[in-house]
Design a protein around this ligand. Structure first.
Ligand SMILES: [Zn+2]
Length: 167
């Protein structure tokens, strides 16, 4: 199995920020999880966009990278944002065609972070999911503006939870 795994947004096109910075944390998660998957014998190529200076360029750069590789699955790592809160908010995994995988992965990440499992969510309006040519899921690991999620992420989060994607 081969996976291309990228972080959302880019070095110059920043994502959400609150108690956690989305771009910084997504990059860390991608690299840590890629290491875990490689140890399980999966071929993983990671990508972080360091060059794009506009939203459309960023989305094109990421999807073009994915589509330039031979792989079985496309995965994108984001962190969510809604409004500043101390309540736990949790994980959701977005998909167009991968309903079952998205549910499974969302439950696993929620378990790894000990935060709520919001589950798989069908989204037909996202460039990453629409423009990558292989089965794709987009992870929203937890909420950057929830102090509870951020605390759990810093203290408890274990990339082992991501093993489920390659099992
Ligand atoms: Zn994002």
């Amino acid at each position: 199995m081969d996976i291309v795994f990228s972080s959302g947004h880019g070095q110059k096109i920043r994502g959400a920020s609150g108690y956690l910075d989305e771009v910084d944390e997504a990059r860390k998660v991608v690299e840590a999880v890629a290491e875990l998957w490689r140890k399980s014998g999966v071929g993983v190529t990671t990508f972080h966009d360091n060059t794009s200076t506009s939203q459309s360029q960023n989305l094109n750069t990421i999807t073009n990278f994915h589509n330039s590789k031979k792989r079985d699955l496309d995965v994108s790592c984001h962190f969510n944002a809604y409004q500043t809160t101390s309540k736990p908010m949790g994980c959701e995994v977005l998909y167009v065609s991968q309903s079952e995988l998205a549910s499974e992965v969302s439950a696993a990440i929620a378990g790894a972070g000990k935060w709520p499992n919001r589950g798989g969510k069908k989204r037909t309006d996202l460039a990453f999911l629409n423009n990558t040519n292989e089965p794709a899921i987009l992870l929203e690991v937890c909420f950057v503006d929830s102090s509870s999620d951020a605390d759990s992420y810093r203290k408890l989060f274990d990339v082992e939870g991501f093993r489920v994607i390659v099992e």
